[in-house]
Design a protein around this ligand. Sequence first.
Ligand code: BGC
Length: 754
Amino acid sequence: MSDPQISLISLLLIVLLGGGLTTYLVRAAKGDNDTPIITPENWPMTTGGAPIEPVIEARISELMAAMTVEEMVGQTIQADINAVTPEDVRRYRLGSILNGGNSAPGEDARAPAERWLALADEFYTASMDAGHPAIPILWGTDAVHGHNNIVGATLFPLNIGLGATRNLELVQHIGAITAREMIVTGIDWTFAPTLAVVRNNCWGRTYESYSEDPAIVAQYAQAMVKGLQGELGTDSFLSNQQVLATAKHFIGDGGTQRGKDQGNNIDSEADLRDYHGAGYPAAIDAGVQTVMASFSAWHGQRMHGCKPLLTDVLKERMGFNGFVVGDWNGHAQVPGCSTKSCPAAFNAGIDMFMAPDDWRQLYKNTVAQVMSGTIPRSRLEDAVRRILRVKLRLGLFEKPKPSERPLAGNYALLGHPNHQTVAQQAVRESLVLLKNNGNLLPLQTDQTILVTGSGADNISQQTGVWTLSRQGTGNTNENFPNGTSIWQGLRSAIEFGGGTAILSMDGSYKRIPDAAIVIFGETPYAEFKGDVDNLNFASNEELLLLQSFQSAGIPTVAIFLSGRPLWVTPEINAATAFVAAWLPGTAGAGIADVLMRKPNGAINFDFKGKLSFSWPRTATQTANENNDEPLFSFGYGLTYTDDGNLPQFPEISGLDGSEESTGNAFFALGKPMAPWSLQATVGETSRTVMDARVQLQNALTIRAIDRAAQEDAQQFIWSGEKRGAIAITGPATAYTAASHYDAMNLVIQYREEA
Ligand code: BGC
């Protein structure tokens, strides 16, 4: 593979040990023919949100009268900044651009904020540079826990953590801060909030959900939309301090079978409405301007092609008058469609295609389909009217270029101390105390406290997914100039109180500490890469640490970082106190606020968080429905006034070893499976590939690319300058464990780039 002759060949690499290809294939939803009937009259009506304003509608009519079919189609296309230039926007009159999880100015995930704003100006200027009616472009981004693509921005707990706070005012405030930080960089539209009601925690996007309880999701939907967009009916609504929000993913994303990302939801129409749909009427009433269609299917029918739900229910019954954006090439999954052509999705009710890279062909085909009548002109006009309505409501036509808008370029707002204060409050309130034997917590500060665990001094593990890149991997503490690690927060609190804080990465100590704090949990993942077959927390390392402290008689606090509840009963048993801390974001100091007493011994902050998901008793208790005997019920969460003593729980995982099929793979879904890692080498330089884009000495470039889904493959480009190698490596123990397989399959699928 190091031979320069195969330069410019991209390899889709799938290496499986003794397994079949099915372990990585996205399972196709089946049963197209037996999709139950949707009865729109059974669904709730809403106020419709922002009213239709005759002045705006007249302006739209005037604009549309001057637009060609090509210009109208251009408005319905959203391209990714990695695959579109301002010149393309000028020429094709595109309505929108996005930065997908791994796109950034100059393909530099850590590009400074100035470059984002400069790029926003370039795209805006191109969109306004036209003889025909000039229509300002909209830039969409995934600002899903703060403005998470920007170095230095304030990053809040992921939604699952916010769900535990039950603090709607706080959530609204977080939305408002996110909007302000976005405007600093010239971006108008976030693809948030996710309104999934997760029914199976194996889903790799569970962290995006506020709760398994539809009522909570509905309340949060309102609060977050109000925060991002401002309050409907007041001057704040879509003011120049606000951005557009997106309710996503319509509908049923959190209810797919076995929690498979992009899978098939086979719930009844009533459950679809009452569970998965609960957030949408609330978001529409709050005035949400865009809704994103779900990748998932309902009884086999792909949501991007589902007119009964997109049009008959969402637009007609619920009266949603903003626009529906597709998800990342989601239209391509509709039968008969591809990334380049999908009249079926458009006719079903998608108003704007998210067409990251194949937008040019999609544009051409859509124009032809309108000309031939495959897409009725009235449908095109409806879509464009909706898009223009949203742009006009946001006042985009009146705004100057992004860098001249209020707040723009005010870089001091990114990670501003006031914003960090709110983030720190959110961290404090999101923590759920599961166990507090002997009321160990809160800890006195005037003691010697040992801090350990992979998450102790690791802001990347705290922030998790959707942080500078989609997967959130490959970041170091230096990438978070305004962040604090959990260790940093603990150290300052302990030292301030006259105690001694010791960071010991391997958990060793010279003198027995008074207490130990072990911080550990899941490492970052996004979307289908986070799908699991059961809820077993696979890592053993910290369990051994906890047990060694336990047998040494050292009181121990476990801080568990995760995007979902997992089966950690052995860890809970081994710890004296156990805290579910979710994925808290950049304000790691919020944890010390609650864990440590004030120097005078008084309680500083008490725990407030309550579980918004029930916590499993076994690793196979994956589903939230019929989950009648969880280890900790929905709503559980101790405070310092409670008796925190828990008995030892039976450590019954419910697994029999046969479930580990995906564990046989070295490399699947575009990533090495733990404990394996992908190693790239050129000459003396060797690097573990963690980022979505890695370049070694202009000789070898490695990029995450789409095969069947976003970033489910890796591309290796040898420039031909030097020899380079890629390898999948693992610890010696992993090789020993793998050696009991009789056969090893090496499957490489490759495609040649044109
Ligand atoms: C996700 C969406 C996201 C979009 C754009 C998709 O893979 O499903 O939630 O908004 O990418 O980044």
